[in-house]
Ligand binder design. Structure first.
Ligand SMILES: N[C@@H]1[C@@H](O)[C@H](O)[C@@H](COP(=O)(O)O)O[C@@H]1O
Length: 248
């Protein structure tokens, strides 16, 4: 795993955007795996800025998102679909027909999860997967205890995740209780993974993910086994890693 330490959130966002831009310029038909949450927002801002200033084209790119809340329509401001359209797809002019998210309104959620797996396969898999990490070590919406062999599936969100994500809703009770997410095995099939981490509240879990036991209780710990992971983390997020390194 390659760890790039940066000073702060802005530098993390800039560096992550640089890697994505280079990947797309190098291979315009790249399949990008994308994430939501607060962490990637700055990265998307830099991608959009570069698109506007330098004209990097996303016309041939396909995007596959990690997850979507069950019960949220794309027109709903709290859906991940709405978030992606607003922060990246529209301002970077990515053709809508080439962007994919699970359908959180599907009548049969299990079938939708399977359909999403097929979509991903038909695209030939993800070339570069952007990932954030939840405070409990989740990736996508794969909560602690999820099998490392899991493919795309429907999940019950844990109280801690619903609490952490409540800041994007008017109250915690508004946070959906279920989501559809790419599984851990699905995420691990990406050719390259770019994990971005910022802030002191992720410092302990980042340490455990990078140097702790590979354990299903800490979903992101599986990344230790991926052959091509780059982690861009700021000083706060790396503070526990650095403290422990000094102590040795
Ligand atoms: N499903 C998303 C994850 O993909 C994301 O990594 C996590 C962390 O969010 P934040 O970046 O806001 O800390 O939030 C959600 O649960």
């Amino acid at each position: 795993m390659k760890i790039i330490e940066v000073q702060n959130y802005d530098q993390m966002s800039q560096q992550a955007a640089k890697i994505i831009i280079e990947t797309v310029q190098d291979r315009p038909q790249t399949v990008l795996g994308l994430a939501t949450g607060g962490t990637p927002l700055g990265t998307y801002t830099y991608l959009v800025r570069d698109h506007q200033l330098n004209g990097t084209s996303y016309k041939q790119v396909h995007t596959v998102n990690l997850d979507e809340y069950v019960g949220k329509a794309p027109s709903d401001e709290q859906s991940y679909s709405y978030y992606m359209n607003k922060h990246l797809f529209e301002p970077a002019n990515i053709p809508k027909t080439q962007t994919y998210l699970p359908n959180g309104l599907a009548a049969n959620l299990e079938e939708e999860a399977e359909r999403y797996t097929h979509t991903l396969q038909s695209l030939g898999g993800v070339d570069l997967q952007l990932l954030g990490i939840g405070k409990n070590g989740h990736i996508g919406f794969n909560e602690p205890g999820t099998s490392f062999d899991s493919e795309t599936h429907v999940v019950q969100l844990t109280p801690s995740t619903r609490q952490a994500n409540a800041k994007y809703f008017s109250s915690e009770s508004e946070v959906p209780t279920q989501a559809i997410t790419l599984g851990i095995a699905t995420i691990m099939k990406a050719k390259r993974i770019l994990l971005i981490v910022s802030g002191i509240e992720k410092a302990e879990i980042l340490y455990q993910c990078l140097y702790g036991q590979i354990d299903e209780q800490i979903p992101a710990s599986i990344l230790q086994k991926h052959p091509h992971v780059t982690i861009i983390a700021d000083q706060e997020a790396l503070s526990v890693v650095n403290q422990k390194a000094e102590a040795h």
